[in-house]
Design a protein. Structure first.
Length: 181
């Protein structure tokens, strides 16, 4: 009998905390929901990140993917996010990790972000945003660039590989030669 009312009380108590953590201002295409560390590590491993890579995270939030790429693999990285609070947090996280010389974060719309120097692009965006972004990826990224997405696929572009991590899906694509499209 006691267990019947515990779950509803816990859910009602936790809901305001979740709403505060994951802000979704009207001017943003994607809510801020951080990728769990296990997913971040799996994304970078699936993309086979190396010291020579430049990892660009579109919608970088607190910078955890770019910081982890620099810390664990020695890669350089750039993160873009519209939320100035997330950019401050990302810069602080990079400084705390001692990788602030190898990573940069910019307050910018991901559709205006310079992605040409990426060798790896990471995403945790909604399906509609991925769909709008896909033509830019094909047009601006060099063949062989790896694109990794947490949870959301790309319409009409089958992934090269797909894995499950703690109940979540991670997708990998590789930009094809321009003639192969």
């Amino acid at each position: 009998m006691l267990a019947r009312w515990i779950l509803p009380v816990l859910l009602l108590t936790a809901a305001p905390l979740c709403a505060q953590e994951y802000e979704y201002p009207d001017n943003l295409d994607v809510p801020y929901v951080p990728s769990p560390d296990a997913v971040v590590k799996a994304m970078l491993k699936l993309a086979a990140v190396t010291k020579g890579d430049t990892v660009i995270d579109l919608g970088c939030g607190d910078g955890r993917i770019v910081v982890t790429a620099a810390l664990d693999y020695g890669a350089s990285g750039i993160g873009y996010d519209l939320n100035p609070e997330r950019i401050k947090e990302a810069n602080s996280n990079a400084a705390k990790a001692g990788v602030d010389k190898r990573v940069k974060f910019f307050e910018k719309n991901l559709f205006d972000a310079d992605i040409k120097e990426a060798t790896v692009v990471t995403l945790y965006l909604l399906p509609g945003v991925n769909e709008k972004l896909k033509p830019r990826l094909f047009a601006e990224l060099k063949p062989g660039t790896r694109v990794v997405s947490h949870s959301f696929s790309m319409p009409d572009w089958p992934p090269k590989e797909e894995i499950r991590v703690d109940g979540r899906t991670v997708y990998l694509w590789v930009i094809p030669d321009k003639q192969a499209k």
